[in-house]
Design a protein around this ligand. Sequence first.
Ligand code: HAM
Length: 420
Amino acid sequence: MKFQSPKGVSEYFPPRSHAFEFVRDQLLAPIKNAGYQLLELPIFEDTELFTRGVGESTDVVSKEMYTFEDRGGRSITLRPEGTVGALRSVIEHGLDRAGLPVKVFYCGSFFRAERPQAGRYRQFYSVGIEAIGSDDPALDAEVIALAYEGFYGIGLRKFRLEVTSLGDAQSRKAHRVDLVAYINSLNLDEATKARAQINPLRLFDDKRPDVAAMMAKAPRLLDYLSTESADHFAKVQEYLSAMGIAFTINPLMVRGLDYYTGTTFEFVHEDLGAQSGIGGGGRYDGLMESIGGQNISGIGFGLGIDRALLAAEAEGVVSSTDFAPTLYLIPLGQSAKAVAMKLAHELRDRDISVEVAMGDKALKNAMKSADKSGALFSLVLGESELESGNVELKEMSTGVATSVTLSALVPTLITRTLKK
Ligand code: HAM
């Protein structure tokens, strides 16, 4: 019996997993520098949290959730996104009672039963942040900037930032009246009309050419912003410009989740084809309250690690190379092995990476493994070395060996690797 991974999941193994790790860590670095703190959350939650929080008109909730009954008869769903789970945790543990804004980040796997294709997986990886409890437009700009810095830190250059504002309740109410009237005047099928009833904005995201053509002429929310919303959006733009972050305004942007209000944004990469969204997010005014929290706003983003990695590979800014130790240690014989194990332990404690040849290979085979490992140095430890206390430290790139006393090995490796 030969097993395979389930259909449509992304999976990272060496050497590519090193590039994955690099991309993830680069996305996390600016977030940690800005004072966001880790939330480590369950990957499954009560189904109702998502139906309420993410919205029933979305594909994510209506078609893509992995939902099952657990052994206690509860309806459980594998998290399709991170925001509502993060907010649930903030509310449950009262993090929003200890000073606002609450600034948290999370990182891990998410699940959507989508049709798999390049860059679209059923289990994917994402880095997210949420900043909860401040309406300051500078916070919007900070959140956007942190995503930008993360992508930039990976080395990505061929991406653009699109922003828009979905306004406050007053703006959306005024727009909705005209939008619904416009949609009612169109000749649409029943299913589309039903979708529009739950959230008319969703029709802007309809990919069918005839619907898209009709929606191109529909009233746009950006033209209905209240003075407050327009001011807020103008300030966000001012701060982004002050930080030197280029953006375009996309009044037709529709996010795949229903909770967005106000500032909304997406990062799009040029080289990724259909699945070009490498990250996105925005404000959510009523979301905290809708899942049982205080009536405070928040803003956050989700960045796709899988897609950022594909983008980095397309731009040629990451390479997938295997782990290469500083030292490859070859013990010959039983007493040498114990000394080698002790030595490796000591060196690793000093932050020097070491691999020890396992399985009592003959010297020739062990040297081949040393070559393959990509190590900077190799060292053979046999009976004679143990007796004399002298070892030959071989530099793998040149083949030059230097005689070193065992006791001087640690400081020698430290100085020689520092020079590299
Ligand atoms: P999202 O745009 O649905 O936002 O997902 C965030 C990112 O995850 C996307 O930009 C994309 O790069 C990646 N992604 C989404 N679905 C897939 C998939 N099937 N395969 C591979 N990558 C995927 C959210 O999830 C919001 N929670 C973001 C947020 C946080 N908004 C406010 N706070």
